[in-house]
Design a protein around this ligand. Structure first.
Ligand code: HPA
Length: 270
């Protein structure tokens, strides 16, 4: 496993040269961020040795290197979801490679369904904590001490420092920025009304099908993490609207300017 990670990292380094200390996983809602990066280099996933191969045809995804808010970063355009059939090691492989390349700070974004009754469609929620309801932990199996400890603490999976920074930017700009606990589930079904209700009762504010595996591995590797969700639909026992992929995409696009503003400013302040 370590040889594979290092081989992939070595390939990327040989293609790109200088490596950034900051990475962004562009989930639904952060797609527009790409248009704000002064791109210096792009690498298609399918050309990278041992990178997972995309299940969606013509959408292999790519690694992007360039400057955002004056900071040199790398961005993953396209992530690997557990529901697509990847195993947890594949889902989180890019995070291992980032760490091997010297990345110290990871930004992640996603679309999520809101259970918190204060939330509205189009809200942006800073992830303050998560509840892992995936059927498998990405750290299951042999632990490599070089990568991180056997039993990593998860008491601050999302950096308090970065949450505070986001709050300051939002306050200065008059942006409505919510806080909440993200519940990670395997999907691909959206939740039943009873499930949305259940996730709210156990302490969740939003639910989605990604992010938690990558954040666990990033924490294991000692990275500082910032996560943000776009609330694309609402769920609960009184809510009759049916979530659809199209609606999720549409709501995510609407929240893009706020997402882009916050992340870009954070890059400048890091
Ligand atoms: N549930 C799970 N994942 C999601 C949702 C949802 O309601 N909305 C966007 N991603």
């Amino acid at each position: 496993m370590i040889e594979t990670i290092n081989r992939t990292a070595e390939y990327i380094r040989s293609q790109v040269g200088e490596m950034p200390r900051t990475a962004v996983i562009l989930g639904t809602g952060l797609g527009d961020l790409v248009n704000h990066i002064q791109i210096t280099k792009e690498i298609d996933y399918h050309t990278i040795p041992d990178f997972p191969v995309s299940t969606v045809e013509g959408h292999s995804g790519k690694l992007i290197f360039g400057h955002l808010g004056g900071r040199y970063i790398m961005a993953m355009q396209g992530r690997f979801h557990y529901y697509e059939g990847y195993d947890m090691k594949q889902v989180t492989f890019p995070v291992r490679v980032m760490k091997a390349l010297g990345v110290e700070t990871l930004f992640v974004s996603n679309a999520a369904g809101g259970m918190n009754k204060e939330f509205r469609v189009g809200d942006v929620m800073v992830i303050t904590d998560h509840i892992n309801l995936f059927p498998e932990n990405p750290l299951r199996g042999r632990n490599y001490e070089e990568l991180g400890p056997r039993f990593p603490a998860m008491t601050e999976p999302y950096s308090e420092r970065l949450i505070k920074m986001a709050d300051e930017i939002a306050a200065a700009d008059g942006i409505r920025l919510m806080h909440g606990v993200y519940v990670g589930t395997q999907g691909p079904t959206f939740e039943t009304r009873a499930e949305y209700e259940y996730f709210r009762i156990i302490g969740g504010d939003a639910v989605g099908m990604s992010t938690v595996p990558e954040v666990i591995v990033a924490n294991h590797a000692g990275m500082e993490v910032f996560g943000v969700s776009v609330i694309t639909d609402l769920g609960g026992k009184d809510i009759t609207e049916v979530p659809s992929h199209e609606e999720v995409q549409k709501a995510a696009v609407k929240a893009q300017p706020v997402m882009t503003r916050i992340i870009t400013e954070m890059m400048a302040r890091l």
